[in-house]
Design a protein. Structure first.
Length: 102
């Protein structure tokens, strides 16, 4: 899980970098940025025999891309939004009933 947090943080940092360059920030741009990362060779082994799975690699990319597009690190599974690293705040409005009186 800590690796996914790291990837999500890198995605959010990439968002800020693209933003500072006045670049368009969309899913395709973030996928291209992910493909250009050279330090992703430290992915944890998930097979028990020193290997990776396609699902794991896709999840890593999705965490990076989602965080890059939004500019906020995506929370890892089992981690509530309130447990996000300090320095990030998220205020998602709660749904309100559509009861209008009038």
């Amino acid at each position: 899980m800590s690796y996914l947090r790291k990837v999500a943080q890198q995605g959010a940092e990439t968002h800020e970098l693209l933003k500072s360059q006045d670049a368009k920030i969309d899913e395709e741009r973030c996928k291209a940025a992910f493909a250009g990362l050279k330090n992703m060779g430290d992915r944890p082994d998930v097979t028990g025999v020193g290997g990776q799975t396609a699902e794991w690699n896709e999840q890593i990319q999705q965490f990076f891309v989602d965080s890059c597009v939004s500019g906020k690190p995506k929370p890892v599974p089992g981690e509530s939004v309130g447990q996000a690293p300090s320095g990030t705040s998220s205020s998602t409005p709660s749904p309100t009933p559509s009861t209008a009186s009038g």
